[in-house]
Design a binder for this molecule. Structure first.
Ligand SMILES: [Zn+2]
Length: 353
């Protein structure tokens, strides 16, 4: 009997299951939210799962963290190793890797590489800021989750860009001002709800990548995101997140004044683009469907190196990459983003057809 039969049997389940099997996730944080996520990602046969955590298993973790037991506390085994051991026994098609260390500015880009999405299951704003920054540098989208006391939140920053995490949580905020599970505690039900909310966002992303998209009615040139917020007493609801025009990370330094951002079309030749402050990456409105671009690359540019997922199309260049998303945006990263004229030339070479 096929292990994944039940998820293939739902409507459009076959294509979903295939996309799931081809998806690679970097999971940062193996605590109350990360462990249930790691377990269900492995059971449901996500293609590849990389586990990152720099901590060891503590006695106070066991009431909510699913992959550990008393022996792990006594032996002082790193969480990444204990989780890897547990998950390996599930079997199935998921390729597992683990990294027993913290995500740091030194290793973040390298750890992100090769993954389709990053899931933040950490409980530190500094780690989230780093994930946000690395996401804009690498064009790899991320999902944010948080669980505290009886409340939780889950947000999708895929595609990366605006609005970003810092449009909502200022980088200078710290754990003391908002509390952590150490100071105000956390209930197991809250962790499960946060894990479930992120799992829902990931599932929706692979089913229909445009479902979260929207525009800010006050500033139609800005996109918005729908995020999930919940509490045990009130349940879960969608909340709209809008771009902060003064955001220290994603606010624009307008590069292209001659374009009409609101309509999404360019008035003059060239591509509407702006630089995202925190990362140096360029956000571009390409307004072309990624399936059409793929077809064009296959028949007209056989030498371009590219990779397509259900969600994005990444064109590699020796100097960087152009990652195009289904919502009509693209992110130009690496050295290619340094000089807008060079970036525009490369865009024209690929997209003018
Ligand atoms: Zn922002």
């Amino acid at each position: 009997m096929d292990r994944y039969l039940r998820q293939r049997t739902v409507e459009d389940g076959k294509s979903f299951d295939q996309a799931w099997a081809e998806t690679s996730i970097l999971l940062v944080g193996l605590g109350g939210v990360g462990t249930p996520l790691a377990q269900i990602l492995t059971r449901s046969g996500i293609g590849q799962l990389t586990l990152v955590d720099g901590d060891r298993v503590h006695d106070t973790d066991l009431h909510r963290q699913l992959l550990y037991d008393d022996k792990d506390v006594i032996s002082g085994i790193p969480k990444a190793e204990a989780a890897y051991k547990f998950l390996s026994q599930i079997g199935g098609r998921t390729s597992l890797r683990s990294y027993a260390g913290m995500l740091t500015p030194r290793n973040a880009l390298e750890l992100f590489e090769g993954h389709d999405f990053v899931i933040d299951a950490t409980d530190h704003i500094a780690a989230r800021s780093l994930i946000q920054e690395t996401s804009l540098q690498s064009a790899i989208g991320w999902f944010h989750s948080a669980a505290i006391a009886d409340r939780w939140i889950a947000a999708s920053f895929t595609p990366p860009g605006s609005p970003c995490y810092h449009c909502w949580v200022a980088p200078e905020l710290n754990e003391v001002s908002i509390g952590t599970c150490e100071t105000v505690g956390v209930l197991p039900a809250t962790c499960m709800a946060a894990a479930s909310a992120v799992f829902r966002l990931l599932t929706m992303t692979l089913q229909s990548p445009l479902d979260f998209g929207g525009t800010d009615p006050r500033h139609p040139e800005n996109s918005s995101r729908r995020i999930l917020r919940g509490s045990l007493a009130e349940g879960e609801r969608w909340v709209e997140l809008f771009a902060d025009p003064n955001c220290p990370t994603c606010s624009s330094s307008a590069l292209e004044k001659s374009v009409d951002m609101a309509s999404g079309h360019q008035r003059e030749a060239g591509y509407p683009m702006r630089r995202l402050c925190g990362s140096g990456s360029l956000e571009v409105w390409i307004d072309k469907d990624i399936d059409t671009i793929q077809q064009h690359l296959i028949s007209n540019s056989p030498l371009e190196k590219w990779r397509k997922t259900p969600f994005s199309l990444r064109i590699e260049d020796p100097a960087g990459a152009i990652t195009c998303y289904r919502d009509g945006r693209a992110l130009i990263t690496g050295d290619l983003a340094k000089e807008p004229t060079t970036a525009k030339k490369k865009l024209a070479q690929i997209l003018d057809f």
